[in-house]
Design a protein around this ligand. Structure first.
Ligand SMILES: *[C@@H]1O[C@H](CO)[C@@H](O)[C@H](O)[C@H]1NC(C)=O
Length: 330
């Protein structure tokens, strides 16, 4: 199946249209959250979050027991998608987690052990306006809490992609979230409840496409709570994807600075995955001489030579499985 994805980078009005062969995404997985989980959410104060997201039909969410007698044997996995994406496949720039969920289902997991919901809408045209705001981070945080409580799990695994990497890291680390419009408190860290955290193609040190004036124009590039990578560090001016001229530490957005210096870990095992040909992050994923998808404190990492931004999640379900189940070393 040939499909075209519209990948938006952060420069205003700049879009790159990326077409590629897509052979592993169509897992034909359908949600939404099961009636058992939906009833539990409604009875436990989560109704207002609309986690089923049935505005996307069967594709807005996934997870839950089919029947109240279903047993949970595997550590539950929560999947967090990125900007313009959705829980399952809803469109050209929204492949969702179908490939991963399909793989886990065929390797002994049940729907009571795999969870995803959607945040935001799925229009690539709105990508520049989405950022790490209180509503979105709290939405993800409460979903993690709901899955832990509903499944009675001692620990869960969390697999994230793109902007979902930094949203999920903050949701787990908790504490104060300062945005351009307000400050909110997320509660204490969930570190002890997370076994493995997988971050695929994230922007933990910002995005080079956000340097220069973008920090003032686009919410997603905000110097407060977006992907601003800093634009000056000694002689390093507007060249974040190039070779860094030594100058000490560049300054990223306050959100990323706080996230990367917070000593609370994302989980016992932390994995970072990315591709050198990522067409959204670009520059072989380098930001001021450092791979931006690499989560500080990672216990393992895997890089790919040729995958695109969405393929790093859609074609790597086996690696994701090996990370959360076997704590694989690469
Ligand atoms: C979690 O524990 C509660 C209370 O013991 C129980 O009613 C519920 O069925 C359990 N849920 C699962 C998924 O095992």
């Amino acid at each position: 199946m040939v499909q075209c994805y519209v990948a938006m980078n952060c420069k205003l009005f700049a879009f790159s249209f990326v077409c590629f062969l897509l052979n592993a995404v169509s897992g034909d997985v359908n949600g939404p959250l099961t009636p058992d989980f939906q009833n539990w959410l409604n009875n436990n104060g989560y109704k207002s979050y609309d986690y089923p997201r049935t505005d996307f039909g069967a594709k807005g969410s996934f997870g839950g027991r089919q029947s109240a007698s279903d047993k949970i044997n595997n550590q539950p996995v929560v999947f967090i998608h990125g900007n313009s994406d959705t829980a399952l496949t809803t469109g050209l720039s929204s492949p969702g987690w179908e490939a991963s969920i399909s793989y886990f289902l065929s390797h002994g997991y049940s729907s009571a052990e795999l969870y995803a919901t959607s945040w935001g809408d799925n229009s690539a045209l709105n990508a520049a306006s989405r950022t790490h705001d209180c509503d979105t981070v709290i939405r993800i945080r409460k979903f993690l809490e709901a899955v832990i409580a509903y499944t009675n799990a001692t620990k869960i695994d969390v697999i994230t992609h793109s902007m979902g990497v930094t949203l999920g890291r903050k949701a787990i680390k908790g504490g104060q979230l300062k945005t351009s419009s307000k400050t909110c408190n997320l509660g204490s860290a969930l570190t002890n409840q997370v076994d493995t955290y997988v971050g695929i193609s994230g922007a933990n040190y910002g995005l080079c496409n956000c340097e220069g004036g973008s920090e003032y124009i686009e919410a997603t590039c905000s110097g407060v709570n977006g992907f601003w990578p800093g634009n000056s560090c000694g002689f390093n001016m507007l060249d974040c994807g190039g070779v860094m001229i030594p100058c000490g530490e560049p300054t990223y957005s306050s959100f990323l600075e706080d996230l990367n210096s917070d000593p609370n870990k994302e989980g016992t095992y932390i994995y970072s995955m990315y591709s050198l040909m990522d067409e959204v992050i670009m520059y072989e994923c380098q930001v001021w001489g450092r791979p931006t998808p690499l989560i500080p404190g990672s216990t393992g990492q895997k890089t790919y030579a040729t995958y695109g931004h969405y393929e790093t999640k859609s074609l790597t379900a086996d690696d994701q499985y090996n990370m959360v189940v076997n704590h694989a070393q690469f």
